[in-house]
Ligand binder design. Structure first.
Ligand code: FE2
Length: 509
């Protein structure tokens, strides 16, 4: 495969995404003795993630030749220095250290400075030998128990590389969010299958080997707009299905080597802490990130522990679907989530997860079982237990954040969707895709499901502004992902909703 690289650089126009070189940087001691021969290795950008009050993960991954299967790095392990400063010029460096980018971890770096100031803005960069990375912006979470007045975040999903240019990522970065939630399908294991793609995956076969996964991530990460989105704010990243295989499920997924490779590559390529490094074919993905008393993000895993999807048998047999012990989360994660949803007198609880949560019922009466079996509709007993759990715990403002479906949706949540006047118990905001194609057939559900307030068809993301009094969700759309010229892809708020503190229910605004 190495011979193909130069041609694809030219075809996809990605060369120089992070053009850099030998820079003299005062304050950065010479790191990386023995790496003098290394060519510029920071083509894949920088990222940060999982902010806590006293720490944040800083990420990069070395690749001299990013579109070689081994990134052009061979088997050598390379020391990489990192710096964290309060200013972009790095005159006030508050933390620094050295990590080793090792070959068996895809030469990824996951630096974890600690002892930082809560709720603070920082800048970071990396160096090896004479080479210095681009600079990323990040922040720590506010102190536990503190009362932030405002939080701005964005959430996104589904970024098929072939199906569009990443204008939405660029616009997302320009909005300067405090934190970004990525809800899955960062990459796709398969090529698009459409003939009119805007750019091509290097390897058109389904990826399953570790070096193939690494290469596919590298191809994504060369995109300058994706790099901007990573460098703009810390991310809370979870995967969905396409990081491994369409609609994969559960502990009994029979191709353990594929799980192992997909999880390892995901961890290597995301700003995740070392504590989340996968062991064999398991990765500890779910966790809570707290934003003072204002918000909690419960990042969930709806793939690893789920039962197999119920067969969609055209409504002839609902027995499997309606089993009361069916689970999407697994019992342990369900308990973790409900334990995490302790009652608080203020604030918002965001469930950052992958698949559609609210009921989308064919006739609006719950009399069919012809449902989207991969979504929560395919696991209704598990959904009921979680919703009843947050009702029992008097969770003040539960808001489910969702990706997967390549459309914007906004839904009120009910305990019983078939009673259209039942009390509202929460909110679901579903982001459309960054690029991945959506169905052109309008869904039939909204008119029969009055809890659905909005369905949008553009590509884009969702922007949320949170205060103690109100959540504002702006469904953002880009005018095109098929034109490459950034000037020709404009961003607009296609729909806006508000939710008031303590009063579930979407209000257009
Ligand atoms: Fe997707």
């Amino acid at each position: 495969m190495p011979t193909v690289n130069r041609r694809l650089f030219l075809v996809t126009g990605l060369a120089g995404a992070a053009a850099g070189g030998a820079l003299a940087v005062p304050g950065l001691a010479a790191a990386g003795a023995g790496t003098a021969a290394l060519r510029y290795p920071f083509h894949l950008g920088v990222a940060s993630g999982d902010p806590r009050p006293d720490r944040v993960v800083l990420w990069t991954r070395l690749a001299q030749a990013p579109l070689d299967l081994d990134g052009g790095m061979g088997t050598q392990n390379v020391p990489v220095e990192w710096q964290l400063a309060t200013d972009e010029a790095f005159t006030d460096i508050v933390a620094s250290g050295t990590e080793t980018a090792i070959a068996t971890e895809g030469h990824s770096v996951h630096a974890e400075p600690t002892g930082l100031t809560p709720g603070a803005r920082y800048f970071y960069r990396f160096r090896t030998g004479a080479h210095v990375s681009s600079v990323g912006r990040t922040r720590t979470a506010p102190a536990e128990g503190s009362t932030p007045a405002k939080l701005k975040f964005a959430f996104a999903s589904c970024a098929h590389f072939e199906e569009g240019w990443y204008h939405a990522f660029r616009h997302l970065a320009q909005g300067d969010p405090d934190v970004v939630l990525f809800l899955g399908d960062y990459m796709y294991e398969n090529n698009s299958g459409h003939s009119d793609v805007v750019r091509g995956y290097l390897d058109l076969d389904e990826v399953d080997k570790l070096d193939e996964h690494r290469l596919r991530y590298a191809q994504h990460k060369l995109d300058p707009d994706l790099q901007r989105a990573h460098a703009a704010a810390p991310w809370l990243a979870v995967f969905d299905d396409h990081e491994l295989e369409n609609n994969w499920w559960g502990v009994n997924f029979d191709q353990q080597y594929r799980k192992q490779n997909a999880f390892q590559a995901f961890w290597e390529n995301m700003p995740l802490p070392r504590s989340m490094k996968p062991v064999n074919s398991a990765i500890p993905l779910y966790r809570t990130i707290t934003w003072g008393t204002l918000a909690r993000f419960h990042m969930m895993d709806t793939r690893q522990y789920r039962w197999k999807q119920a067969p969609n048998n055209n409504n002839t047999n609902c027995t499997e679907l309606r089993r009361t012990d069916r689970t999407l989360t697994g019992a342990t994660q369900e308990r973790w989530l409900l334990d995490s949803l302790t009652s608080r007198t203020s604030g918002w609880d965001f469930l950052g997860q992958q698949v559609f949560f609210a009921q989308r019922d064919g006739d609006g009466k719950g009399s069919t079982c012809d449902v989207s079996e991969d979504a929560w509709d395919g696991y209704p007993a598990n959904r009921d237990r979680i919703v009843q759990g947050w009702i029992d715990r008097k969770v003040r403002n539960p808001v489910v954040l969702t990706g997967d479906v390549h459309r914007h949706w906004a839904c009120d949540l009910r305990k019983n969707y078939n009673d259209h006047s039942a009390p509202l118990v929460g909110t679901e905001l579903v982001t459309t895709s960054i690029t991945s194609r959506g169905s052109t057939t309008p869904p039939a559900y909204p008119e029969r499901n009055p809890h659905v307030h909005y369905v949008g068809h553009q590509r884009g993301f969702v922007r949320a502004t949170v205060t103690p009094q109100q959540l504002t969700a702006e469904f953002m759309g880009v005018s095109s992902v098929l034109v490459r010229d950034p000037a020709k892809s404009t961003l607009s708020v296609v729909k806006r909703f508000h939710v008031e503190d303590g009063r579930p229910g979407l209000r257009p605004g």
